[in-house]
Design a protein around this ligand. Structure first.
Ligand code: ATR
Length: 281
């Protein structure tokens, strides 16, 4: 690690809470791998101080920050520009500071698509079934459509939320339907769990696993545990499985590129994430 000096460039993450984040380990490993005199710090920002914190990016000359729960939507009015994709999604997870001009981006959805791509799973022309209709679902669904998905069927406990997300997505491409429960999975190529079901051992499965078939790619945005009960069931049915670690990695890689302009050292970043997770177990 290069020692902090008068020319160290500072980046970081705003969250509430922020103590659980693996992003500092991932980004600092990336700076070290490229020999950059940059650091990434956690900033615990409470909702009522978010505006002041954003003003602090300009005042202190931070190069940029990631933004996590619960600030991804609330931060938008404090920024100077919003990238088109972040505007469509209605949430920002990355801010870039160009000489005091702050631009908001959303790299979450692209991160998810990149995590599939690196495993050889293409999205173009694929029929998607998505479980959940919250914030994570929004960013993933917009990115899937932008990457040429043929259709998306959204399943959510609160059907009205699934329907309103489908209505919004249909303005981009008329290919999205919504329902309260999943029926047969035979007409789908990729299933994505964006709900929080699977985070805790006592959680119910987000879908009946009996319908999982071996041509389905089953993705879970959860990365801890590394294999949720849904992914375990999918593996037993012979389906290809993808957990959320790749999305965490690639949303960070895209943010890294936005800040530094350099190609992200993804192997070093992945190793840092894996080490951070192993230390928690
Ligand atoms: P995130 O930003 O992580 O997507 P969110 O916006 O709170 O978080 O969305 C959580 C998603 O998980 C929603 O789709 C939610 O369903 P509802 O819209 O019906 O609330 C889903 N979810 C959370 N807990 C659930 C549970 N116990 N059963 C089914 N779905 C659940």
């Amino acid at each position: 690690m290069i020692g902090i000096s008068g020319t160290t460039v500072i980046t970081g993450i705003f969250g509430h809470p922020v103590s659980h984040t693996l992003s500092p380990a991932m980004h600092n490993a990336a700076f070290d791998a490229l020999g950059l005199n940059w650091r990434y710090l956690p900033f615990h920002v409470t909702p009522e101080r978010l505006g002041e914190a954003v003003a602090g990016i300009r005042a202190l000359g931070l190069r940029g920050v990631n933004v996590t729960v619960p600030h991804k939507e609330a931060v938008m009015p404090f920024l100077d520009r919003i990238d088109d994709e972040a505007g469509r999604i209605g949430a920002v997870n990355t801010i870039v500071n160009d000489d005091g001009v702050l631009t908001g981006y959303n790299t979450d959805g692209l991160g998810f698509v990149q995590s599939l791509k690196e495993l050889g799973v293409t999205v173009g022309g694929r029929r998607i079934i998505m479980l959940g209709a919250g914030g994570a679902a929004r960013s993933v669904a917009f990115a899937l459509l932008a990457s040429g998905a043929a259709s998306i069927h959204i399943i959510n406990r609160t059907v009205s939320r699934a329907s309103s997300l489908a209505d919004e997505l249909n303005r981009t491409k008329q290919a999205v339907t919504a329902a309260g429960e999943a029926g047969s999975l035979s007409g789908f190529d990729i299933m994505v769990n964006t709900t929080s079901l699977g985070l805790h051992a006592e959680d119910a499965l987000p879908v009946d696993p009996a319908h999982i078939h071996n041509k389905l790619v089953v993705c879970d945005l959860i990365y801890n545990p590394a294999e949720t009960p849904l992914l375990a069931a999918a593996r037993k049915h012979g389906a290809k499985t993808v957990n959320g670690l790749g999305m965490l990695l690639w949303q960070g890689a895209v943010a890294f590129r936005l800040w530094t302009g350099a190609e992200p050292p993804v192997d070093a970043m992945r190793r840092a994430l894996e080490a951070g997770l192993a230390a928690r177990r």
